[in-house]
Design a protein around this ligand. Sequence first.
Ligand code: ARG
Ligand code: GLU
Length: 721
Amino acid sequence: MKKIFLGLFLLISGVSLANEGMWLPLLLEKLNEKEMRSLGMKISAKDIYSVNNGSLKDAILSFGGFCTGEVVSSQGLVLTNHHCGFDAIQNHSTLDHNYIKDGFWSRGTGEELPNPGLFVTFIVRIEDVTGPALKGMTAKMSESERQSLVDRNLALIRKNTKKEDYQDILVRPFFEGNQYYLFVTETYRDIRLVGAPPSSIGNFGKDTDNWMWPRHTGDFSMFRIYAGKDNRPADYSTENVPYKPKKSLSISLDGVAKNDFTMVFGFPGRTNEYLYSSAVKQVMEVNDPAKIAIRSKALNVIDGFMRKDEQLKIQYAAKWAGISNAWKKWQGEVMGLTRTRAVEKKIEYEKEFQKRVDANPVFRTKYGGLLGDMNTAYDELKPLGLARDYFTEIVSKIELFTLAGQLSSLVNAYEKEGEAGYTSRLPRVKERLEGLYGEYSALVDQKLFEALMEMYINDQAEAFRSTTATEQLYNYRGSFSKWAEAVYNESRLDDGVSMLDLLGKNPEEAVSNIKNDPGFILFNEMLHTYQVAVQGKLNEIQDRVNSLQRDYMAAQMEVFKEKKFYPDANSTLRVAYGNVKGYHAKDAVDYDIYTYLDGVIEKYIPGDYEFDLPPKMIELYKKKDFGPYGVKGRQPVCFIATNHTTGGNSGSPALDAWGNLVGLNFDRVWEGTMSDINYDPSICRNIMVDIRYVLFIIDKYAGAGHLVKEMKLVHPKKAVK
Ligand code: ARG
Ligand code: GLU
């Protein structure tokens, strides 16, 4: 009896075990503060989030909408990851000034480099607007009726919310649309690059080590926020001055020890923690494997070129990192879901859910058939979801099609609104194309076409293949290489100079040329096939699935009343907390919490693409010249903890029990990447670079001690002793 009871308890409390969850800052006091204190936190929920008084949240920012950063000085200095600042670093790099390879350090504000398009966003306050957002909702409404009602409500909410004119308002759905929260934000658009270590430090171990523990990467870069003279957001101007923040983080030189409390404060992008079991099964058995296979092929092609050609290595570096990152994550995800029996656990959970529903007449009327309906809907989704993944993965990896997509929007504008439409659309398209051509190699792309179109044709059911594509292939007697060669010979899309020149000509001529381009024609035929055979039906089923998952979310919160729920990540500000802890990776393999510079040196392979090191680093190591950043003759590098994080949390501050900065979050361990779908405390760990390694690199390696001087360094542990 006792055993059953305990089993049941663990089962139903699965979602609310300490360490799991990405929590809303404004609800910490109500939901989490007690637990956070029991895990070791020494500050209060109000110190983390408070609207009227400066709190930690005022130092946290969304970095460009895809990463997190934090303010670490009264002069608007920002820390984030190297891979978050990578685009900026790459844009300022040439073969002569190769900041990717050599790093970059400004010696004063005059040398800091502007980055058009880059912005950071602070959260001023958060409000629960569920009531007004769902006002007038009835159970009988269709998805589209519901959507237009919500849209009208949100417009009204935006209109009625008080804010300064330099602030913005954002309203987002939570719990699959059962709740809504409003965010008042401030966005700064003059963000300058201050410093970055060489890639051999900032991305040490590259793809071999990516998503892996033990890790030895100094994954950080530095920026500075500039504001108008009134300290408010302003477009780039030489007149702008360093931003004076409401709050900047203090930095601890004391590090963390096993079981110490840590929290991660940032902008996690997307998770799916409340999926129905067969959805998880599809991810593991259908979607992830297909996407992994397509990317394996693409990476193989690109790798072959990058290893041979230094120029291509720079050009394709960001693309490569992007493609391989998710590719490797999905592999870990499948492995982790399998090992932790995620599907079986979901099924057990659903059995308990159904039992409770059946036992309660009110629940039974509302939710009696819910699981069955989801089962049917997910079965229908399966083949179409796979076709979607094939199409999007393949089309997005062949850049001829990306270029064609851009040109399509221009052609459409011309056909709808004539020359005026063309001319007004042209600057945007031109800018995108220039960006694409700047990092483009027709030779690499042709090989990608050859490799991936083979999958498009051979791996898919006939209904999902464009007949134009099959006919073209037939004309080249089934030879993918001959077909690719012909397409790239005859198409003008792969020639940037000629294409951009054409766009400057008269619109009629340009449009007719584009419309007759074989690359353009092929893309549009493939797109058309996709729209007809997949998209319409897929959207319809996806709407049904979304509405069922929304009901299921509401049902879980009602049926498992004793549980604490956190909303799936949606790129809004969250707090994850836990403890510094190692993990048992597999039979006979246990991992420790810290890595040291000794481990960096052990991995060092002179001249290697991934594990090379700058000579200065070896020198510092030999001299044990770690300054105040080392501990007993060793330099800490990275550590792990149980914080529940995901993509978007990169660059997030890892804070200690007192709210001091102890590290920058930048990754998760491979075995635990399935935390996006099913967090498991036994193997889910986030990886952080120790702030003392960051300071060591800035100060000792780069000689940029003036930047460290801007920061506030503290010794919280010594203070307690
Ligand atoms: N895996 C981390 C993330 O998802 C780091 C990616 C950058 N590093 C790399 N080697 N690609 O963003
Ligand atoms: N590297 C990821 C990012 O860019 C964070 C790692 C993760 O997905 O947890 O946000």
